[in-house]
Write a protein of this length. Sequence first.
Length: 258
Amino acid sequence: MSEISGTAADLAAEHEALDAVVAGLTGEQWATPTPSPGWTVADQIGHLTYFDGAAATAITDEAAFADSIGPLLEDMDGVTLHRHLAPAELLAAWRANRQHLLEVAQSIEPGRRVPWYGPSMSGRSFLTARLMETWAHGQDVVDAVGATREPTDRLRHICQIGFITRKWTYAVRREEQPEAAVRLELTSPSGESWRWGEADAPESVRGPALDFCLVVTQRRHVDDTALETQGAAARDWMVKAQAFAGGATDGPPPGGRS
């Protein structure tokens, strides 16, 4: 299986895991507020619907994708959230867009970089970013409706992008990244040990992979997790971590999400 096909298969599995949470929700539950201020469960799925469609366009028609950025920046929520759709229609639209994305993803040639709202990405990283987005917005849905979603080793994709975007965390804030190297050592949901960075790095982040994913996607503050940081640079990274494109944002404060 190619890197693209393998990542696409994991993305499809992440789609299905979230679909299993929302498919049986009542109309009232679709209207439940989520931790994202002003956004309901339906808004979270609307967001994914739009950006899965935009991702497919970025792969198949780069000019059309570029043309879509201006209207998006003028009215982000109005363009992306699909608030005109009833829950059943929204669910159908999300399923259609994500399926189209998975189909066109197979056309990404080795070495090609796909445009996005931040830096362009390799095909594999592009799909990894969609998996991260699906999982993170799915976490907002799970938190809102009190659902259970078991973590899987697909989180490795998010851990990888979380580690390599340390520099981006500072670039998007227009800050200098601390010079100290940071070692990342995580325990996967299945009990495996995952490691990134120099073995003799002077600083480190250690703990459950799930908690690292929650922090770098800004769904939890590091103080509300079991992550352990050693060194000032490691701590600063975990407080500011941002693994996704867009402008600089801050995650919840300590105790902001239980």
